[in-house]
Design a binder for this molecule. Sequence first.
Ligand code: FEO
Ligand code: CA
Ligand code: CA
Ligand code: CA
Length: 688
Amino acid sequence: MALMPLNLFVSHTGRSSRQHVTCRYKCGDACSKPVPNTSDNEYFGDVLAAVSRRSALKTAGIAVLAVGAGSALAACSSDGSDPVATSSTGAAPADPPTPAGMNFTAVAPNSEDAVIIPEGYRQAVVISWGDPVLPGAPVFDVNRQTAAAQRQQFGFNNDFAGLLPVEGAPNRFLLVTNHEYTTEQFMHPGYDADNPTREQFEIALAAHGLSVVEVERTPDGLRPVMGRYNRRITADTPFTVVGPAAGAELLKTPADPTGRTVLGTVNNCSGGVTPWGSILSGEENFNSYFGAPEGTPAPEGEAAERLERYGVAVEPSERKWENFDPRFDVTKTPNELNRFGYVVELNPWDPASPPIKHTALGRFKHEAATIHVADDGTVVAYTGDDERFDYMYKFVSDKKIQPGNMAHNMTILDEGTLYVAKLTSDIPADQIDGSGSLPADGKFAGAGSWIPLLRSGPNGQAESLVDGMSAQDVAVFTRFAGDKAGATKMDRPEDFEANPKTGKVYVALTNNTKRGVEGKAGPDAANPRNDNKNGQVLEITDNHTGTDFTWELLLVCGDPEAADTYFGGFDKTKVSPISCPDNLAFDSHGNLWVSTDGNALDSNDGLFAVSLDGPTRGLTKQFLTVPLGAETCGPVVTDDLVTVCVQHPGENDDNSIDDPLSRWPEGGNGTAKPSVVAVWRDNGNIGM
Ligand code: FEO
Ligand code: CA
Ligand code: CA
Ligand code: CA
C-alpha cells in the first residue's frame, strides 16, 4: 500500500504528538501542571546496598519461572522462513524465523486519516460513538443530540475493550468498553467552553462510563446485536463501594450518608478481563472532573496537601460540572472526590447487578487492573498509577479463585495485601547518565521488592502497614502511603499485563519529559532517560504471591536509529519505530502487543507485536496505525481477529467538530467518531 509522506500534521517534532486539548480534557492538563509527587523518597540510583541481580535470580521461585519461560519459547517458535521484518533491506541468511503470530507485513509510520493495516488483511468498524446499545436507542444525530439518546447509545472516547465469549454461542461475544472522557468541542457543533449548557453536562454524564454490547462474528467482522446483556453504565449509575474505605467518614456525603453508594464512574482508562468473567476498569484522571467557582478560597493544611497530591485544583474545571451539580464542587462536597480513583468491577453477565468499587486496591490514577492467578489459586492484581513519577502496585488476595463461582470471585479483590514497588539495581550509578546509553553489561536490569501498605480482611476490616496512617487513610490516600514507603518514581506506569505463557509481567511506561529536570528525580536504571519522550517497556519476573522480583527493560522506545533506544537486544535495523507505549495484550503464542498514545516520532499512533523469547526477542513490528489525532487503545488479539479502540480521532488543538481534522470513519462530510475496529484476514489466522 502506498503511504503518504510523513509529517503532515505533527507540529511537536520530537515531542509527544499529544495535543494540549487532549491533555486538558483527558488528564486535567497534567502535562502543564506541577508534578503532584513532591516526596523526597530516594530514587534508587542512590541506593547503595542494592540487591544483586545474580543472587536474586537464584531464589527458587524465579528459577522455576525461568525454566517455564524456556519451554514456552520452544513451543512458540515457528518454522516459517519469512524475513523477520519487512523494513529490512532483505532477509539475511542468518535471520531467525519469524515468530508464530508475527508473520505480517509491518505497517510503515504514516499520517493517514485512516486505519492502516497490513496487506492481505481486512477491517471494519464494529461500533462508533452514538450507535445504539439499548433497544429503542434513537438514531444518532450530531446536531440534535440529547442526554436521553446518549444514555442508550455507545459512549464517547472508548479506551479499554474486553471481548468475552458467550457460552453456547460460538460466534457471539460481549464487547465491553470503557468511555474514558468527553471532549465537548468535538461533540457539539458551536460548543462554547465558557458556557456549557445543562443538556451538554447531562450528555457528558451519559457519554462516560462503560458499554456492554453483544457482537456476532460474521464474514465481515463483528456486528453489534441487541443482546440481552447490552447495558450502559454512566457517570451517574449507582456503584457499591466495598473494602476498607466503604462506609468511612471520608466517603460520606449529604447525598450518601452511608459512604457506600457512589453515583457513577469517570475517566475509565484501561482495564482487564478477570479469569472469572468480569471486567475491571481503572478510574484514572478523576481529579479533572472536580472544581470550584472562580475566586473560591482554597483549603489549607492537610486538605490542601491531599488535593495537591491528587492534582485537584480549586478553580473552574474544564467541563464545569460543578456549575450543574454541587457534588462536583470540591468545596461544597469535599468528600465526593474521595469516591473516585478506584478499580471498578462489572459483572457483564448480569445487567441488573450494581458495579462495584474496590477500595482495597487503593485510590490513585489507576490506569487499569489486570489479574494473574498463581498456581494455588491466589489472585494477584497489578495496577499502575499513571502520573509522572508515580508508582506501581500489586494486590495479593487472601481468597482463592473458585471456578464458576462469580459471587465469590467478585469478592476476591476485597481481602488481601496491597503492595507498592521499590526497584533496585547494581548497575554503577555513573553508567546511568540520563542519555539512555546501555550500561556496560548490555541491558538495564535489577531487582526489587514489593512493600506492603495495607492488609484488608473480611467485612471491611483492615490494618495499615504505614506509620502514621490509618487503614482508611491508606485506602483513600494511597499515594501518601507510597511516598512513605519510598516507592520508586516511574515514568508514568500505564498498562500492566502478565504473560499467560510465562507469568512474566510487563509494564508500559509511557513517557516523562520531566525526568531529570531540576528539582525532579533524575534517571535510574529502570527510567534511564532524562526528558523521556518515547517511554519504555519493563519486564518483571515476579514471585507473584511474594515480595521479591527481578526486572529488566524489554524496550527503550523511540527511533531505532537513535542511540538511546533498545529493542531487547534485537537488530535495530529490522524493527518498527515505536513511541509512547500505553496498553498491553498477549496473543495465544505469547507475543506482547503494545498500543501507543502520543507517538513522538511524527507518525500516527499504532499497534505493535513484540517477540519476547529466543533469537527474535525484541523484534517489534507495527500491525496497524490509527487515524489523524487518534490514540490506539484497548487491543484484543485473538487467533483470527484483532480489535482496537480508536480513541479521539481528529483531536487537535486547532480543530473542533466545526473545523475537523479527521472525518474518520465515514469520510466525506462525516463526523470523526471514536470507534472500535476489527481487523482480520480471510482464510487465515493473525500473523500465521
Ligand atoms: Fe488514560 Fe493512562 O492513559
Ligand atoms: Ca491509557
Ligand atoms: Ca495514556
Ligand atoms: Ca491490557
